[in-house]
Design a protein around this ligand. Structure first.
Ligand code: 5GP
Length: 213
């Protein structure tokens, strides 16, 4: 009954490419200590090309197709998906380890991956990051200068297809001001830690102290 006690929470953050979810999550990680929240970021594995401002092992583990497929075959991934012809997936052992140590783990994954994670961990909390508009999304995609025109158009079309899926997420953040979105995400994690199903075990712990010196 009390299987949720002391275990970390899986916090899934999704949103279209360039919605700013990565930046929001980075701010959350920076602010977590001061906010007294234990969080870890799950680093995904991908076969896509490394971007000019990216570092292997920071935003992703960049691997070959062969290596990725080996990880699928060995059941090392909690979920995976292919996007724009490239694989993306969540390493399972790190995720499980952190949860057992009581860390809340943020997964920055797409809608398809979210569905897979919810099948295995139905208590995961889902947060969708919406850009304020498509104009802003296009501006952000162009400013990061990573994609060809064709890829930009693909990512915008993919965003239009994906955004309606935000309707079944637990929370939606419209990402206008990074700092505000980060604070909101931290508040969500804190509130979820105090949701009844997660903290109910404390009732018995407190009751057990009754009448003791
Ligand atoms: P990008 O190439 O812009 O970094 O990411 C493309 C898409 O892949 C984004 O929607 C991102 O959330 C998603 N993504 C990143 N990592 C993972 C992962 O481990 N699993 C899944 N299913 N999607 C991921």
């Amino acid at each position: 009954m009390n299987q949720l006690n002391n275990k970390g929470i899986i916090v899934i953050v999704s949103g279209p490419s360039a919605s700013g979810k990565g930046t929001v999550v980075s701010r959350v990680l920076e602010k977590a200590d001061d906010a007294r929240v234990d969080v870890q970021l799950s680093i995904s594995m991908t076969t896509r090309e490394i971007g000019k401002n990216e570092v292997d092992g920071e935003s992703y583990y960049f691997v070959s197709r062969e290596e990725f497929e080996k990880n699928i075959a060995e059941n090392n991934l909690a979920e995976y998906n292919s996007y724009a012809g490239e694989y993306y997936g969540t390493p399972k052992d790190k995720l499980e380890g952190w949860l057992n140590e009581g860390f809340n783990v943020i997964l920055e994954i797409d809608v398809n991956g979210t569905k897979q994670v919810l099948e295995q961990y139905p208590e995961a909390v889902t947060v969708y990051i919406l850009p304020p508009s498509f104009q802003e999304l296009e501006f952000r995609l162009r400013s990061r200068g990573r994609d060809s025109e064709e890829k930009i158009q693909y990512r915008l079309a993919k965003g239009k297809e994906e955004i309606p899926e935000a309707r079944w997420y637990d929370y939606i953040l419209v990402n206008e001001i990074i700092e505000e979105s980060a604070d909101n995400l931290l508040s969500i994690i804190k509130a979820e830690q105090n949701s009844r199903s997660r903290i109910e075990y404390k009732i018995d712990e407190v009751l057990a102290t009754y009448g003791k010196d």
